[in-house]
Design a binder for this molecule. Structure first.
Ligand code: ADP
Ligand code: G6P
Length: 462
């Protein structure tokens, strides 16, 4: 196979474990294929240090069989492109939160400028046969920029977050430009069939696209193949981590502390899309409606800090802290606190231990492209005595994980009922559901995702 060039805003050393769905999956991809990984270095250069908009120093270094090529961003570009257009406009809009979208032309200009700069820096590093795989909402126009510089390579794009329905997308000023940019790719991958359906309806009604069948769409003089490639995890690696020293330690500590108590877990970035306040309210409703859980059930919620300079993230943090304080104040006893809220990233090696100790996992986003935590929880279970996954129907993962207990996170009572059902589920039912779920995450794991996408891209007509 040709060399693989992966481009994403966020990079991680592929030899080390990372947090965040995208970095975890791309680390795995490049470990398997080798190649080049290009993106932001994570460094922000101040004007006083010589940072200039649209410019950034290129650094390269070798990490095993992967070359990491990164560029710095100046403060103005970081603020307008990453904090501004990507995370104050596209992230909320694509997660159905029009109310949080803060559109302005400076951030759009920064978004275009950084995409142009990425294209300029990447072009000289490319070989004619490279398969280029660009990731996520930060870099939608990158292929169009590369094409305008004469790049004739096959270029694929994968959107890790949901694509909203056409009318919601149409609320974005300049939406035509953004979707047109998708037609510069040869293959466009989405997480779920629902996203493909939104794309199809949008290009049909707004771009007068021709449907050529089998996922091919023609508009703006180009043909693109758009399909769902649901992202997965490395099931065996995660299951193996469960037996590692750190995971076992974590598991045993949890079992000791909660031997008579039922442990529920939540593991997320502290993002407003993850439905954390709704989750705490559902847990509160569980304690109110099913009092046998008082002094018995504990929810450990780990929420890692993320994008803290964006106001909406500071707001959600305050709201969550307030709710956790309230429920602990109302229901807590000297020897029992209902919620343990930890605002931190847990070491990846400990995560499987925590997952395995959790009798129930609450994965209840209001909207999510996929949600890998749901899959990690399944992979970490002891098949002889597995826990139960309570999963939002609005996570992309719900299209695959039909044997989870699916909930509507906006429905507090319904969610509390599902949690109660999960806590009381008999062993045989837990085993049967878990077995089926494990089969599903194995059938479409991260290796399947990488191979299927790259194979499709390689076979695409250049
Ligand atoms: P997102 O990509 O939106 O953060 P996902 O659930 O798809 O959501 O992926 C999150 C990844 O980051 C998973 O691999 C998960 O284990 C990891 N992660 C999320 N929150 C934490 C946390 N608090 N501590 C450690 N790892 C975390
Ligand atoms: C989601 C996005 C990724 C992003 C990650 C962490 O998974 O789809 O593109 O990298 O969140 O967010 P951050 O802003 O820290 O990169």
């Amino acid at each position: 196979m040709a060399r693989v060039v992966v481009v994403s805003n966020r990079l991680a050393d592929p030899r080390k474990a990372a947090a965040g769905g995208l970095a975890v999956a791309l680390g795995d991809t490049l470990n398997a294929t080798g190649g080049l990984w290009f993106g932001w270095s994570g460094k922000v250069v101040d004007e006083s240090e010589g940072g200039t908009p649209g410019e950034g120093e290129l650094h390269t270094h070798q990490a095993g069989n992967v070359t990491l090529a990164t560029v710095d961003l100046c403060k103005e570009d970081h603020d307008s492109y990453y904090l501004g257009y990507a995370n104050r406009v596209l992230w909320p809009m694509f997660h159905y939160r029009l109310d949080l979208a803060d559109f302005n032309k400076q951030s759009l200009a920064g978004y275009r400028r950084v995409n142009q700069m990425f294209a300029r820096k990447l072009m000289p590093l490319l070989k004619p046969d490279d398969l280029i795989w660009i990731h996520d909402y930060h870099l939608i126009p990158l292929a169009a920029e590369l094409r305008s510089m004469g790049c004739g390579n096959r270029i694929g794009f994968f959107l890790h977050i949901p694509l909203p329905p056409p009318l919601m997308l149409a609320a974005l000023p300049g939406h035509e430009w953004l979707i047109r940019a998708l037609f510069a790719y040869d293959v466009v991958g989405f997480q779920a069939q629902a996203d493909v359906n939104h794309f199809e309806r949008y290009v049909h009604s707004e771009a007068d696209a021709e449907m050529l069948g089998d996922g091919h769409y023609r508009a703006f003089n180009r043909t693109v193949l758009a399909r769902a490639f649901p992202i997965g995890i490395d099931v065996d690696e995660f299951a193996q981590l469960t037996h590692g020293k750190e995971a076992r330690e974590t598991y045993e500590t949890m079992r000791e502390q909660y031997s008579r108590r039922r442990l529920l877990i939540g593991i997320d970035r502290l993002d407003y899309s993850k439905g954390l306040p709704q989750r705490i309210k559902a847990f509160q409703e569980l304690l109110a409606s099913y009092p046998e859980n008082r002094k018995s059930a504990t929810l450990i919620q780990i929420a890692s800090p993320t994008r803290e300079s964006v106001d909406a993230y500071a707001d959600i943090r305050h709201e969550l802290e307030h709710l956790c304080g309230q429920i602990n104040g109302d229901y807590g006893e000297l020897d029992w606190m209902p919620v343990r809220y930890i605002h931190r990233t847990v070491a990846r090696k400990r995560l499987p231990g925590l997952c395995r100790a959790g009798r129930v996992a609450l994965v209840t986003p209001l909207r999510d492209g996929m949600n890998l935590v749901a899959k990690e929880y399944i992979a970490a279970q002891d098949p002889a005595d597995p826990g139960v996954l309570v999963l939002s129907r609005f996570a992309g993962a719900a299209e695959q994980l039909r044997e989870a207990l699916l909930v509507n996170p906006y429905d507090t009572e319904g969610s509390a009922q599902a949690i109660q059902r999960a806590l009381q589920m008999p062993l045989e039912e837990r085993q049967a559901r878990h077995q089926k779920l494990l089969e599903r995450i194995r059938a479409q794991d991260v290796h399947w995702w990488r191979k299927t996408f790259l194979q499709t891209l390689e076979n695409a007509q250049p």
